[in-house]
Structures are given as C-alpha cells and as structure tokens.
Design a protein around this ligand. Structure first.
Ligand SMILES: Cc1cc2nc3c(=O)[nH]c(=O)nc-3n(C[C@H](O)[C@H](O)[C@H](O)COP(=O)(O)OP(=O)(O)OC[C@H]3O[C@@H](n4cnc5c(N)ncnc54)[C@H](O)[C@@H]3O)c2cc1C
Length: 371
C-alpha cells in the first residue's frame, strides 16, 4: 500500500508537530512555509528562551488558561498535554526545566535548541521542508491537508467555507495617561488586584514607561481582548494596590503615631510617596476624612487606559477558525473531509506562560495522527 500523502501548510510549531507526527507514522509529508525561515516565532519566543509549555499536568486545570478554547482543549490535552510534551522533547534529546512560576524552558535557555530539534526531527523522519512557498489554494493531490498558518492568516480556512472569528490581539500591556505613574517606571508590586471591563485579576504588576504590564495585566488583556478592542483600548482600570491587606489605620496610629505617613511605606517607597501625596502628614494627625482618601487611593486607584502596547515576551492573536466547525477528536474540519487544523489558525489562545505553544503541540500532534 502507498504511504498516505499529507501536505502541511505553515512552518510554525503546530505545522512541524503535525508533519513530524504524520511522517514518523509512515506518511509522505511535505511542509510549505511562505517565508524564508521556519519557526520564526519560536526563535523570538519567551525573550529568546522559548517557553515551551507550563508545569500543569491536569488537563482540566490546564484548559482553564485558554480564554478562547477552554472546553475544546480538555479532551486533546488529556491525550497530549504538558507531560507528553516534556517526554516528546526528552525522547528527541532536549532536556527541559521548570522555573518557580511553572514556566518550562529548554535547559539551554535558547529557543534555537527547540528549532534545531524540530527541524532535525522533521528531516530525520523524511518530511520534505519547502520554504519561500506561500500556498494560495488548497492542494487537491493528497490524502490530507493540515492548515497551520498561524494567527491572523485565515484566508485559506475562509476559502474552505469556515467561519472566521475576527483576529484581535491578546496579551498586551496597557498605556496609561497618568504622568505621575510613568515617572515610576520599573516599580513592581506583587500582588495587586486589577479590574477592568468587568473582569478582575490578582497578581504581579509592573509599571512601564508607557503604563502598566506584568502577569496580572496580561491576564486581564487576554480575558478582555475582544471587549477592549471594541472600546478602542480606552477604559478605566481600577487598581487595588493592597489586596487582602486592609489599611489598619488604628494600628498604624498606635504603632507609628509620631512617624510621617510617607516614611512608613506599605508598598515600594516611590509608589507609596506618590499615593500618599502628603509629605508632612503623621499617623497621629490623620483625620477620618484623610484616612478615607488614603484608603481610596490605595484600594480604588483609577487609571485611564488610553491604548495598548506590545508585550515583548509573548503575544498572540485571538480569533481564527470557528471551533464548532472542527472535530477536536481528530482536528478534522466538519465541513470539508480531509482538511485538518492545528495551532493559532484556530480561535484558541492562551494566557502567557507556555499555554500558546502547548496548544500548537497538542493540536499539531492530533492533526498528524495516522487514520
Ligand atoms: C514575540 C512572541 C513571543 C512568544 N513567546 C511565546 C512563548 O514563550 N510561549 C508560548 O507558549 N507562546 C509564545 N508566543 C506565541 C506563539 O509563538 C504562537 O502561539 C505560536 O507560534 C503559534 O504557532 P502556529 O504554528 O500555530 O503559528 P505560527 O508560529 O504563526 O506559524 C504559522 C506559519 O505559517 C506560515 N504561513 C501562513 N500562511 C501561509 C501560507 N499560505 N503558505 C505557507 N505558509 C504560511 C507563516 O509564515 C508562519 O511561519 C509568542 C509569540 C510572539 C509573537
């Protein structure tokens, strides 16, 4: 019997995983990449270190990190999740390590290790790798086509009759029109509670030259991606700088009565100075009204968001091929037999921390399975 012929469109992580899986199972696989270089995003990912996946080994819990795709990803992650990804790379000579926050990187701390592994493994499995070749129509002379064209590149999927949720950025930082805050660039606070567009997140926040970033903000941007886009990235951001730590003025008055409020920081000193904004005030002198004002500034600090800026470590597009038109047992189109999907071309996107690559490994692996 002739080997099944499979064409993979897109030379990113999802396309490579699909191509390798199919070729190792005996298929004749050709992978087309429109640009000169394979795996471009892997190269720049995770600040050049490539955050391959996340140390969360329960599929249901892992799936909660996908603002779009949570329900659909549970089954696929049970078959090929973070543990299988770590084992897959280990079997091909790449050792991975887990950082204290759960992010998993190659021990080499270099994304080139992942690229070398994927390209080397694909070649060894007999995948024909073709760069500089944009596929503009769906090839007919094969048993299976895997669409792995990434986020924002949905033309082929649309041409096959698939509905496309409009692509919108996710995982971005906020620009804030508050000069006093920008003057504090570099200050980080952990944890803060941030609320915007009806969503609340708790975690670390970093003040940047343009506004605010850090895990809490990136998570908020992922969950609110669509609404924030519709608001043209202009909305109020409410910050509680002291979540779960109410300002106990009675105790502070008792313990530090003679001290200046500004000299008893409960937050990084520069930020505290700005928020207190009363250089001569002592705890013993603080009136009820002043106490209330201070509490408001510390726990309900409203920042006007006026735009978004790219997060350099990781960003992603939400939107893409509509999920209910794809069978997540196989990744095959429900509209067009023989057409398979993998990676960010689908309307799936994850939080920062390795969840986006895991979606690529998981769906690529499924799309490449022998039938
Ligand atoms: C700066 C940055 C850092 C990131 N860091 C991380 C990280 O550390 N961890 C993480 O989990 N995620 C990270 N991400 C997200 C991650 O890179 C993506 O989710 C992932 O690359 C998606 O994989 P993919 O294969 O679906 O798509 P892509 O990586 O986008 O690959 C798709 C490929 O298809 C090609 N293509 C498109 N159309 C055609 C066509 N018609 N014919 C031929 N080829 C075509 C494109 O040129 C592209 O090379 C990062 C993203 C960015 C931008």
């Amino acid at each position: 019997m002739n080997a099944p012929k499979i064409i993979v469109i897109g030379g990113g992580p999802a396309g490579f995983m699909a191509a390798i899986t199919a070729a190792e199972a005996g298929a004749a696989v050709t992978l087309f990449e429109k640009s000169r270089e394979f795996l471009r995003k892997v190269k720049i990912s995770g600040g050049g270190r490539c955050n391959v996946t996340h140390a969360c080994f329960d599929a249901r819990e892992f799936a909660t990190r996908y603002p779009r795709g949570e329900r659909e990803m549970i089954g696929p992650l049970q078959r090929f999740g973070a543990a299988e990804t770590v084992a897959w790379f280990a079997a091909r000579g790449v050792a991975l390590k887990t950082e204290p926050d759960g992010r998993i990187f190659p021990v080499s701390d270099s994304s080139q290790t992942i690229i070398d592994c994927l390209v080397g493994t694909a070649r060894a499995a007999g995948v024909k790798l073709v760069a500089n070749h944009a596929v503009s129509t769906l090839p007919g002379d094969c048993n299976r086509v895997v669409l792995a064209t990434g986020g924002g590149d949905c033309e082929l999927a649309a041409a096959c009759g698939h509905h496309i949720e409009p692509p919108v950025p996710s995982l971005f930082s906020f620009k804030v029109a508050a000069p006093w805050l920008r003057a504090l660039a570099g200050v980080s606070v952990d944890p803060v509670e941030v609320t915007a567009v009806g969503r609340r997140e708790v975690g670390p926040l970093l003040v940047t030259h343009e506004g605010v970033s850090g895990p809490a903000i990136l998570r908020l941007s992922a969950w609110g991606a669509q609404v924030m886009h519709d608001l043209d990235y202009r909305f109020p951001l409410l910050v509680n700088w002291l979540p779960g730590r109410p300002l106990d003025c009675d105790r502070l008055r008792r313990d530090h009565g003679a001290k200046l409020v500004v000299n008893t920081p409960l937050l990084p000193a520069r930020l505290w100075e700005r928020l207190v904004d009363a250089p001569a005030l002592r705890w013993s002198q603080i009136s009820r009204a002043e106490q209330h004002r201070l509490e408001q500034r510390l726990t309900r600090c409203e920042l006007p968001v006026t735009g978004k800026s790219l997060n350099k470590e990781e960003f992603v597009t939400c939107g893409g091929a509509r999920l209910r038109e794809v069978n997540f047992q196989t990744m095959e189109s429900r509209l067009r037999p023989g057409l398979f999907f993998a990676g960010e071309v689908l309307d799936i996107d994850g939080l920062t921390g390795g969840f986006n690559f895991q979606a690529a490994w998981t769906t690529g692996w499924l799309a490449g399975q022998p039938r």
